[in-house]
Design a protein around this ligand. Structure first.
Ligand code: AMP
Ligand code: ZN
Length: 483
C-alpha cells in the first residue's frame, strides 16, 4: 500500500518513496544511557517502532532499522565521575579509579535496563539491525571531523574543535528544520554543551578537548594531538553513515531534537560528506504532564517500572501511546491508562469470543477490515483513526454473530492488524487456574449433594462464594467461574 508521511524538512505530507525499494533504511535517535529512561522517552522509541512496523507490514518493505545508544556525552560523564554517589558502586560493582571503566560500567548497566524496558512494551529489538554505541565508532567520528575541517568548516580553539556555523550559514543551508534567527547569531561565540536552545545559535563543539580526569581518546588532527571526546551531534552523523550509508530514508526522534541536534547533524553531514543524511525527518511530539513536557529536569516523570509497581500493564502503556498520532501531544494520566486498558481488553474479549463455540450465521469480508485499518496507518501512521476503524468494524460485527466459516478469517485479519499494534494475543481464552482449596470446596459440595446432605452443600456453596467463586451444576458435575 502506498504510504504518506509528514516530512519535517518540507513540513508537508509526502508520498513515501524509498531510495532503494529493496530495503528501506531508518535511523532512530536512541537513549542517553546515564539513567533509566522515563515513559516520555519511551514515547519516542514507541513512535520509531510503529514507523518501522508500518513500513514493513503496511508498506511491504524490508527495513534496516538502527537505534543508537549515546554512551558518551556530558551526562554520562557527569554521572560516572569518580566520587559520584555510592549507588554506582552498589548497582554496578566496585568503582575503580579508571574513568573509562566507570563510564563503561554505568552505560552497560543502563543499556541493559533500556533493552529490558523497551522489550516490555514490545518494541521489536529483534528487528534492529544494530544498536550502535557511540564509543564503538570514535574512529569514524574523528574522520568526519577531519573531513569537515578539510572542507573549511571546522577549526580548533583551546584544545577543542568547533563547527564554524557562520561560515556554513553562508551556504544558506543552516536552518533547514527550524528557522534560525541569524540576528541573534554571536559570531565567534562557542558552545561546549551538548544541549542548547535556539537563542544560542553559535559554533558548536564537534570534538571536546580532554578535561582533567574525563574519559578521552587520542586524536591526530591536522598534524597535532587533540585528545578529547566527541560531541553528541557528531556521534549520530558518523554512525548513521557508517551503518546505513548516506542518504538513508527516515530519521526519527523527538521534536526537541530538531534543533540543535538534527540541524547540526545535517550541517555536519553536508559539510563533511557532501551528502544530506536522510530524505524524511519524522519527529514525535511530547508526552506531557499537565501541559508540560515529561522530563527528568522537571521531575514530573514516571519510569516504566514505577507504573508496573502500581499495577499498570506495559501493554496499556503501549496502547495509550498509540491512541494518538505520534506527531500529536499526549497528556499522561492514570485515567488515560484505564481507558486504554478497557479499550484493549474489549478487542481481546472479541478475539476470545471468536474461539468460543458459536452459532452465528454472519459471513463477513475480513480482508476489508485489514484494508481499511491499513489505509489509515498508511496516512502518516494515523493510529487513532486506524483504531477507530477497527472498533467501528467490531461493533458492526459482534463476535457471537459471526458464522463459523468466517471466524478464522476474522482472526487472521486481527493477527495482521496486531503485527502493528501488538497489544493482543490471538489465542483462545486461557483456562482459569483454579486454586486447589477451591477445588476441594467444590468436591466436598459434590459429595454432600450426592449424599443429599443439603446443609453441608449450602455451606460449601457459601464458602466458595465468599472466596469469589460461583459453582454451577452441570450434567457432568460442576463448573467453577470466578466472580
Ligand atoms: P534523551 O535520552 O534525552 O536523548 O531522549 C531520548 C528521546 O526521547 C529523544 O528522542 C527525545 O526527543 C525523546 N523525549 C524526551 N522527553 C520526551 C517526552 N516527554 N515525550 C516524548 N519524547 C521525549
Ligand atoms: Zn541522534
Amino acid at each position: 500500500m502506498q504510504l504518506h508521511v509528514l516530512n519535517n524538512l518540507t513540513r508537508t505530507l509526502e508520498p513515501f518513496q524509498p531510495i532503494n525499494k529493496e530495503e528501506v533504511r531508518v535511523y532512530s535517535c536512541g537513549p542517553t544511557v546515564y539513567n533509566s529512561v522515563h515513559i516520555g522517552n519511551l514515547r519516542s522509541f514507541l513512535a520509531a517502532d510503529m514507523i518501522q512496523r508500518v513500513l514493513r507490514t503496511v508498506g511491504g518493505y524490508a527495513v534496516k532499522w538502527v537505534m543508537n545508544v549515546t554512551d558518551i556525552d556530558d551526562k554520562t560523564i557527569r554521572d560516572s565521575a569518580i566520587g559520584a554517589d555510592t549507588w554506582i558502586a552498589e548497582e554496578m560493582g566496585e568503582q575503580t579509579r579508571d574513568v573509562m571503566q566507570n563510564l563503561k560500567s554505568l552505560t552497560d548497566y543502563y543499556t541493559r535496563k533500556f533493552v529490558q524496558d523497551i522489550e516490555k512494551v514490545r518494541i521489536q529489538t529483534h528487528n534492529m539491525a544494530e544498536m550502535p554505541r557511540a564509543t564503538s565508532y570514535i574512529q569514524e567520528m574523528q574522520n568526519l571531523v577531519s573531513r569537515i575541517a578539510e572542507n573549511g568548516f571546522a577549526y580548533e580553539s583551546g584544545g577543542s574543535i568547533y563547527f564554524n556555523v557562520s561560515k556554513w550559514s553562508e551556504t544558506g543551508r543552516y536552518g533547514q528544520l527550524r528557522k534560525i534567527d541569524f540576528d541573534n547569531f554571536r559570531s565567534g561565540v562557542r558552545i561546549d554543551a551538548d544541549e542548547y536552545d535556539r537563542e544560542q545559535v553559535s559554533d558548536f563543539a564537534l570534538w571536546k578537548g580532554k578535561k582533567d580526569d574525563e574519559p578521552f581518546w587520542e586524536f591526530e588532527f591536522q598534524g597535532r594531538s587533540v585528545p578529547g571526546r566527541p560531541g553528541w551531534h557528531l556521534e549520530c552523523s558518523a554512525m548513521e553513515r557508517e551503518i546505513l550509508g548516506l542518504p538513508f530514508d527516515v530519521h526519527t526522534g523527538g521534536v526537541d531534537l530538531k534543533f540543535p541536534h538534527h540541524e547540526d547533524e545535517i550541517a555536519q553531514s553536508e559539510a563533511g560528506y557532501g551528502v544530506k543524511p536522510t530524505t524524511y525527518w519524522m519527529h514525535n511530539e511530547f508526552l506531557e504532564v499537565e501541559g508540560k513536557k515529561m522530563s527528568k529536569s522537571l521531575g514530573n516523570f514516571y519510569k516504566l517500572d514505577d507504573l508496573i509497581e502500581k499495577g499498570v500493564d506495559p501493554l496499556d502503556v503501549r496502547y495509550l501511546m498509540n491512541s494518538v498520532q505520534y506527531s500529536t501531544k499526549l497528556n499522561f494520566t492514570f485515567a488515560g491508562i484505564e481507558a486504554s486498558k478497557k479499550a484493549r481488553l474489549r478487542v481481546q474479549e472479541y478475539i476470545y469470543t471468536l474461539y468460543d463455540d458459536g452459532d452465528g450465521t454472519h459471513v463477513v469480508d475480513a480482508q476489508e477490515l485489514v484494508t481499511s485499518v491499513f489505509a489509515e496507518l498508511a496516512q502518516d501512521i494515523n493510529t487513532p483513526k486506524a483504531l477507530g476503524v477497527l472498533f467501528g468494524w467490531l461493533n458492526a460485527h459482534p463476535a457471537a454473530t459471526i458464522a463459523t466459516e468466517s471466524r478464522q478469517h476474522v482472526l487472521d485479519a486481527l493477527a495482521k492488524i496486531n503485527e502493528v499494534f501488538d497489544v493482543w494475543t490471538i489465542e483462545p481464552r486461557p483456562a482459569v487456574e483454579i486454586p486447589a482449596d477451591i477445588v476441594e470446596l467444590a468436591e466436598r459440595r459434590k459429595t454432600a449433594r450426592a449424599t443429599r446432605d443439603w446443609a453441608e452443600a449450602d455451606k460449601m456453596r457459601d464458602a466458595l462464594q465468599a472466596a469469589g467463586w460461583v459453582c454451577k451444576d452441570t450434567k457432568d458435575g460442576y463448573e467453577l467461574t470466578k466472580l
